[in-house]
Design a protein around this ligand. Structure first.
Ligand code: F6R
Length: 585
């Protein structure tokens, strides 16, 4: 949610470096952008509405610059609302939400606001503190105290070299070059310059100037020591390469990512499973696609280890919070590990003594760091907004975790689970080829003009029907809805008429007869299953995966969603209104 990037160094092209870095963060927000460049005593700001990807802007020579790609929260998509915001000597970019900004704004009646944003209020508060005699560090600390909500800010002050950053909740990572320092909301922004990073933790601030970075506590100002960490991400992983879009690249990467996700020592899996076993109530907490993964995990655990787990979308957890206490296990699934709703549940749960296990793609994310135990999925950077490879990797890991849970009673269960997943991964490898993609594209051509689409599945394929709907909605903007296979006839079947496409996940007799009920009302049936039932008008083959069918069955839908978007002339990597990492509530 909003991309932030800054550089302070010796090279004289800081403006273009920031432009380039922001293009790599565009998946975080893409309705407008802006860059501030320090030119001697002055700070020049360039802002524009629209995507940054095609921009070819020239900047004056400078060694320091910072910028922002926006995902609008306060105020529409206008040049005035784009960041950076300038008030007096202060230039500021911001990710997050200043929840009590209206109240704070009332105390600033001497400043005429140019935007509708909460960000400009932070800039105005800072400028006032500086004018009142505080140095910049003191001013940032004082203003941070006034902000309710999560935020990450970067600040440049006229006539004062260096860039300040502070965070509470929203991610910021420093890249440490030999002669320069970068600050970004995600690593790909500076990956071509350095793989040495420092994570700015919650409640910390930093001042960078050239290769120098001085960290301190955001409340007390006490200096903080940081360890340099080397990340093993490669620039290729973070680039599209020969693929037209990140989404299709990441779909094809599932050839390797499912195997990578299960690359955990048995002991580590056993320890994670022990956390569940000792728990007094287990809650899987996640949002969006990750929540559908958790819902599939509910079926895996019921089937494999006989454990009933509770699956709650993070935003709904406040209604069940009375059941969280010492001894409750909260299992957070999150690709980014920065989703605000998830983090909030974990923070509140931790205070009550709950134990936390996290399953994320970013090992150093806030979710992973708050957890008592962490299982990374090792999927590599996922940049398309629509989650694909992370979702199947999370599912594979949950499937294996259910086997680790069963191992307590049934020796050899982890090995059996791993064997099933290896076979699944190898059959997915066979599936993901250009011929299969072509076939899915043909099916997409036949249904692309249809405004509504339904998906059914039962068992663990029911949450996959819900996930299929998310994938299709978010990239193709076709109205898609998923249902438990037996549920459609309890109401929604009234919506079925001639040529309405229905994706049927599975070929078991009950699901096939549900498909027949739909076909009898004119639906066009697209079967996604190991065998071609007679009722299918189109058949997208998936391998028979022995309990892990959910993992394989979502892949054709991902490809279908991608091609529906392409056929409609849409950019599947940057769907409207969405951003990759939802760091606001
Ligand atoms: C949809 C999608 C979102 C995310 C959700 C949670 O394709 O990607 O629904 O799954 O925003 O994000 P993470 O997993 O980063 O917590």
């Amino acid at each position: 949610m909003c991309g932030i990037f800054a550089v302070s160094g010796e090279r004289n092209d800081a403006g273009s470096m920031v432009l380039k870095g922001l293009k790599k963060l565009e998946y975080r927000g893409y309705d407008s952008w802006g860059i501030a460049v320090r030119e001697g005593e002055k700070i020049d700001v360039e802002k524009q509405v629209g995507k940054i990807s095609g921009v070819k802007q020239k900047f004056p020579p400078a060694t320091e610059a910072m910028g922002h790609t926006r995902w609008a929260t306060h105020g529409g998509v206008t040049k005035e609302n784009a960041h950076p915001h300038q008030v007096g000597k202060v230039t500021l970019v911001h990710n997050g939400i200043f929840e009590n900004y209206l109240e704070a704004k009332k105390s600033l009646d001497d400043w005429k606001f140019h935007s509708e944003t909460d960000t400009e209020v932070i800039a105005a508060l800072l400028d006032r503190e500086i004018q009142g005699g505080k140095n910049t560090a003191e001013a940032i600390r004082a203003v941070a105290e006034k902000i309710e909500g999560r935020f990450a800010i970067l600040v440049m002050v006229e006539g004062e070299p260096g860039i300040w950053a502070a965070r509470r909740g929203s991610p910021l990572i420093l890249g440490r070059g030999e002669t320069e320092t970068f600050i970004a909301s995600d690593i790909p922004a500076f990956l071509e310059y350095t793989t040495t990073v420092n994570y700015l933790d919650d409640g910390e601030m930093v001042h960078i100037h050239g290769a120098q970075a001085n960290f301190s506590n955001l409340k007390t100002g006490t200096p903080v020591d940081k360890r340099n960490i080397t990340v093993d991400w490669t620039t290729e992983e973070a680039e599209k390469g020969e693929f037209a879009h990140f989404m299709i690249k990441e779909i094809f990467e599932q050839k390797q990512t499912i195997i990578r996700a299960i690359n955990h020592e048995d002991e580590k899996l056993r320890q994670a499973a022990a956390l569940l076993k000792q728990a007094n109530g287990v809650y899987f907490i996640a949002c969006g696609t990750a929540h559908k993964v958790a819902a599939a995990a509910e079926y895996f655990f019921a089937d494999i280890s006989g454990r009933k787990i509770n699956v709650v979308p993070a935003g709904e957890m406040p209604y069940f919070e009375r059941f969280v206490h010492e001894g409750t296990a909260l299992i957070a699934i999150s690709q980014s590990g920065e989703t605000a709703d998830v983090l909030e549940v974990l923070e509140r749960g931790k205070k009550k003594g709950a134990k936390i296990l996290s399953i994320t793609n970013v090992e150093t994310s806030s979710v992973a760091r708050i957890a008592d135990a962490h299982l990374p999925i090792f999927a590599g950077p996922e940049k398309a907004v629509a989650s694909t490879k992370a979702a199947t990797a999370q599912m594979a890991l949950c499937f294996l975790l259910a086997h680790a849970d069963a191992e307590m009673r049934e020796r050899g269960s982890i090995n059996r689970g791993r064997e099933i997943l290896r076979t699944t991964a190898s059959s997915i490898n066979d599936l993901l080829n250009p011929r299969y993609e072509e076939h899915v594209r043909d099916v997409a051509e036949k249904i692309v003009d249809r405004p509504n689409l339904f998906i059914i599945g039962r068992g663990a394929l029911y949450p996959m029907a819900l996930e299929a709907a998310i994938k299709i909605q978010e990239v193709s903007y076709i109205h898609a809805q998923g249902f438990a296979a037996g549920e459609l006839k309890h109401g929604p079947i009234a919506l079925i008429e001639n040529r309405v496409p229905c994706l049927v996940l599975g070929d078991d007799p009950e699901t096939v007869s549900n498909a027949m009920e739909l076909k009898a009302r004119g639906a066009r049936i697209i079967g996604i299953a190991p065998t071609p039932a007679e009722v299918f008008d189109e058949w997208l083959r998936v391998p028979d995966c022995n309990g892990s069918q959910a993992i394989a069955s979502i892949i054709p839908v991902q490809i279908l969603a991608y091609h529906l978007a392409i056929l409609k002339g849409l950019d599947p990597d940057m769907p409207r209104n969405l951003a990759k990492s939802v760091t606001v509530k």
